[in-house]
Design a protein around this ligand. Structure first.
Ligand code: GDP
Ligand code: MG
Length: 182
């Protein structure tokens, strides 16, 4: 604005998906520009804060909730999901079981959290570890588009936390949708 005052938003964003798909790695890459082969499994929930100078008038604080895969569909997820305004669901392109779990995560989320207007929160699907694409599952992007439409994802990206592929892009896409809802 002309006065130099920025509008500030604090948004809670969930990062969910099965154990080992790369949730912690994606967050570390996004927030700290860092990758390691050796994260310990997240216990319960970790938090990270990403501050985004969105535009001249808008500052966004993204509070990222990194939820342990082993908490899957337990009663605790309702507590974790509370007041989230967006989410990433992550799977590992080298492990089909983690893709099969995506629909369950999406259903769990939609059944437990809604926006104030009653709509589902925007969710982006991340096909992570695409640097290992030779053994990857995602070889038909039209089919993925159809899957996302069917399951109510706003979109999907092939990502690599290791090689820093599409991490910023997917976050920008989700934040754009969150802002549009706000
Ligand atoms: P989480 O349980 O979902 O939080 O998964 P982690 O972030 O702990 O990652 C599990 C393992 O996958 C670790 O050894 C990571 O180094 C590895 N990993 C995560 N993301 C990628 C990626 O994009 N590419 C590759 N090759 N490995 C990854
Ligand atoms: Mg983790």
């Amino acid at each position: 604005s002309a006065t130099g005052e920025k509008r500030e938003h604090l948004y809670k964003v969930l990062v969910i998906g099965d154990l080992g798909v790369g949730k912690t790695s994606v967050i570390k890459r996004y927030v700290h520009q860092f990758f390691s082969q050796h994260y310990r499994a997240t216990i319960g929930v970790d938090f990270a804060l990403k501050v985004i100078n969105w535009d001249a008038d808008t500052l966004i604080r993204l509070q990222l909730w990194d939820i342990a895969g082993q908490e899957r569909f337990g009663n605790m997820t309702r507590v974790y999901y509370k007041e989230a305004v967006g989410a990433f669901i992550v799977f590992d392109v080298t492990r089909v079981s983690t893709f099969e779990a995506v629909a369950k995560w999406k259903h769990d989320l939609d059944s437990k959290v809604q926006l104030a207007n009653g709509n589902n929160i925007p969710v982006v699907l991340l096909a992570n570890k695409c640097d290992q694409a030779k053994e990857g599952l995602v070889n038909n992007s039209a089919q993925m588009d159809e899957y996302c439409k069917d399951k109510g994802f706003i979109g999907w990206y092939e990502t690599s936390a290791k090689e820093n592929i599409n991490i910023d892009e997917s976050a920008r896409f989700l934040v754009t949708s969150i802002l549009a809802n706000d």
